[in-house]
Design a protein around this ligand. Sequence first.
Ligand code: NDP
Length: 330
Amino acid sequence: MASFKALQACETANGDFETRVVARDTSELPAGDVLIRVRYSSLNYKDALSASGNRGVTRSYPHTPGIDAAGTVVESSVADFSEGDEVIVTGYDLGMNTAGGFGQFIRVPASWIIKRPAGLSLREAMAFGTAGLTAALCVDKLEQAGLEPVAAPILVTGATGGVGSIAVALLSRLGYNVHAVTGKVDQADFLTRLGAKQIVERSALQAGSEKPLLKEQWAGAIDTVGGDILFNVVKSLQRGASVSCCGLTAGTGFQGNVLPFILRGVNLLGVDSVEIPLVVKASMWDKLSVQWKLPNLDDLVQEISLEELPAAIARMLAGKQAGRLLVRLD
Ligand code: NDP
């Protein structure tokens, strides 16, 4: 048994939710194969939803969010992991209904754990986190659908967000001509530093949802926001092009008509980074650690402590966060 620090989200008497750093004990963690001392986590949009009482993400409170964790094995009841192994856990139920990476310890099933690839430190792994894994899966799906570096532009929506910023950096690193859609025009320099060749104001992607088709523009796209923006992206893909769809910050619903699909043969590719087989996650981590490693990863990451998380969560929910937040579990 060991006492440790964790961020806890609690429901107040008037039905609001608040987060604070509390002392917990490893004996309170759920049963599981492996106890991990978490060194780094990261803040993702889903964590902000969990921390603010979204029952679609987390059913019962008090709860410690954190869908990402990287750290060192302290105890293991399975042969695959030994004390001292450096490991990464993302997704599955971590931080949803299982106490997550915003605590200094987690206990999880072995089937959720990946050994840290040699080419990434624990800190770098969490600089990517679920956002990086998701961006990598989006790029991978586009390439499996036939995309390769071409002169025509590839669009990334929600570009200053966690998934969006890594998608911009990754596609640029791979030689694509990236156009970045953002609601934060004051972050144009940030996106240009990540490699974006052109900044597109979000309002430009919000217009035209009443039209059945729009001018063919994008050779491919990664959409992290959903809603009318996704609908407009589908309608402005070039013939045979694809969009990877992974997010919902602009809304879960989106309109549709069959014309882009049957007249232009475009593809809408769904991306899930949470429940996919561990072997698929491992193959993406391997890519991110070698051929897709980002030389400018530090440019899109800001490191914060557990105590700084509540303010960061509020910023993220207000749509004001730009880039990734790495959480240090001192
Ligand atoms: P962030 O909050 O970091 O980024 C979201 C970005 O979306 C914002 O930075 C902003 O970028 C843009 N945005 C915010 N509000 C709106 C709005 N109302 N309309 C249009 N754009 C908006 O979130 P993450 O990057 O962590 O996640 C992005 C999405 O992807 C979330 O919906 C998340 O749940 C989902 N996700 C899905 C995964 C999966 O497995 N499918 C895994 C990880 C995330 P800007 O100001 O630049 O436009």
